[in-house]
Write a protein that binds this ligand. Structure first.
Ligand SMILES: Cc1cc2nc3c(=O)[nH]c(=O)nc-3n(C[C@H](O)[C@H](O)[C@H](O)COP(=O)(O)O)c2cc1C
Ligand SMILES: C=C(O[C@@H]1CC(C(=O)O)=C[C@@H](OP(=O)(O)O)[C@H]1O)C(=O)O
Length: 364
């Protein structure tokens, strides 16, 4: 089985390959009446599309979205929403040497081990280009969440050894890295130039902050909100770790440092700090949700690497084709989209969690 869907209440199925005719998504479970246009979705896709700086793949794609179904007179109809982006700049002949040899760090070997057959053109289904369907669906989920007062702020926290520490997340500078600190962005550029000169690649960290999520979203066991968010973000290619709140740092803290105190502010229960990153016991606590995603260096590099062919011959492989020297800047909106899908799914699952809420709904 090749499961291509995410979510059980707001369900997204992505489809397509990097060098096929097109890619896209089908969204099931979006309520009727949400105003939605191709421009709403295009704004998201434009943040992800390739060819926008020298630090991303040189593949030139417009990534123009077409809404094929589920929207009438500018509003969702409550029926499946089908979204499509056509591929226009495939150069499949560049991939001849990976048809029968395995790229270190990519999905070639494991895909073959599972299916015994693969579309090797640009990684096929395992290409980062699959994230088009995720981002197009994330745009719809974000529009829905925005109408409920839930918003996202996502940015590059580090690239290689260059990280940003003291900054205002709202000030995302319009640099090639979506990094809210222009000095750090310049340093990241210098670091990447060195990597590129060495025919090498770099990784980094993306931070996503979600505001406006009320207390009470998520479940106490299994489908914990932190587990749902982590699963959503870990399912993106090249993501190797996810942290919520203080994340792995808590292993080095004492309870007296890590615990967030409670207080009353404006007659409401509030916290004195947010080490937990907005989720306790698997359920949102009403404060900002803070998630970090750790992205590995792009596996396809052009310096010679040791590998084997599917026939078991040892070879030295130089990878051709057009690849991202760093994945992080283009993955910022992918992380945001997967978080939006997870929050929407959790929200819809929550609708029937309390009898008083159901009674209120039917009391009119
Ligand atoms: C937006 C995006 C762009 C990517 N670009 C590339 C790329 O240009 N070259 C490459 O080899 N891998 C790229 N990747 C990563 C691979 O798709 C990924 O490493 C591969 O599928 C193996 O999966 P894994 O790293 O999760 O094990 C990209 C991933 C994303 C999300
Ligand atoms: C084209 C995109 O990124 C691609 C992600 C990717 C990979 O292996 O993940 C490999 C490269 O493309 P191709 O599939 O042609 O080899 C990247 O250019 C895109 O994301 O739109």
């Amino acid at each position: 089985m090749n499961k291509s869907s995410f979510g059980s209440h707001f369900t997204v199925t992505t489809w397509g390959e990097s060098h096929g005719k097109a890619l896209g998504a089908v969204i099931d479970g979006c309520p009727a009446g949400l105003s939605l246009s191709e421009e709403d979705i295009q704004k998201f896709l434009d943040r992800r599309k390739p060819g926008q700086s020298r630090y991303t793949t040189a593949r030139k794609e417009g990534d123009l979205v077409e809404i094929l179904s589920g929207v009438f007179e500018g509003k969702t109809t409550g029926t499946p929403i089908s979204l499509m982006v056509r591929n226009t700049d495939q150069r499949s002949r560049d991939y001849g040497n990976i048809a029968y040899s395995y790229r270190p760090g990519h999905a070639d070997y494991t895909f073959d081990a599972k299916y015994g057959f693969r579309d090797y053109r640009g990684g096929g289904r395992s290409s980062g280009r699959e994230t088009i369907g995720r981002v197009a669906s994330g745009a719809v989920a974000s529009k829905l969440l925005a109408s409920l007062g839930i918003s996202f702020c996502t940015y590059t926290k580090s690239i290689g050894p260059v990280s940003i520490e003291n900054f205002s997340p709202e000030e995302i500078n319009n640099n090639a890295f979506y990094m809210p600190d222009a000095d750090a962005a310049a340093k990241a550029g210098t670091y990447l130039e060195k990597c590129m000169k060495n025919l090498d690649s770099a990784g980094g960290v993306i931070e996503c902050r979600i505001t406006g999520v009320p207390a009470g979203l998520g479940n106490p066991v299994f489908e914990k909100l932190d587990a749902m968010l982590s699963q959503a973000v870990m399912s993106i290619g090249a993501v190797k770790a996810v942290e919520i709140g203080d994340g792995i740092q808590v292993a080095h803290m004492n309870g007296s440092e890590d615990n967030d105190g409670f207080t009353i502010k404006d007659n409401m229960i509030n916290k004195t700090s947010n080490h937990a990153g907005g989720i306790m016991g698997g359920i949102s606590d009403g404060s900002e949700i803070i998630l970090r995603s750790y992205i590995k260096p792009t596996p396809s590099i052009s310096q010679p690497q040791q590998t084997v062919t599917s026939q078991g011959r040892q070879i030295s492989l130089e990878i051709h084709g057009r690849h991202d020297p760093v994945i992080v800047p283009r993955a910022v909106v992918v992380v945001e989209s997967m978080c939006a899908l997870a929050i929407t799914d959790a929200l819809f699952a929550n609708m029937t969690s309390r009898l008083d809420k159901i009674q209120k709904f039917y009391s009119k």
